[in-house]
Design a protein around this ligand. Structure first.
Ligand SMILES: [Zn+2]
Length: 68
């Protein structure tokens, strides 16, 4: 069965390539890395936003200013 490597577009063969459908282990790991980084980018913004809402330094300092 002939295919093309999804990473570098080289022709690959399921009978001769151990990392099929990738042409090499390097391309297989690159594809895994793409998946991991995509998941990381999607989940990070929601976490960052809630973190900043809880830690607003201006709101905290204005409260202490009123008491003096
Ligand atoms: Zn490749």
């Amino acid at each position: 069965m002939n295919r093309r490597c999804p990473i570098c577009r080289k022709p690959t063969d399921s009978e001769t390539h151990a990392d099929f459908p990738f042409c090499s282990e390097r391309c297989r790991l690159l594809d895994l890395g793409n998946w991991a980084s995509e998941k990381y980018v999607i989940s990070e913004p929601a976490y960052d936003e809630s973190m900043f809402e809880g830690l607003d330094p201006e709101a905290a300092s204005s409260e202490t200013d009123d008491q003096e």
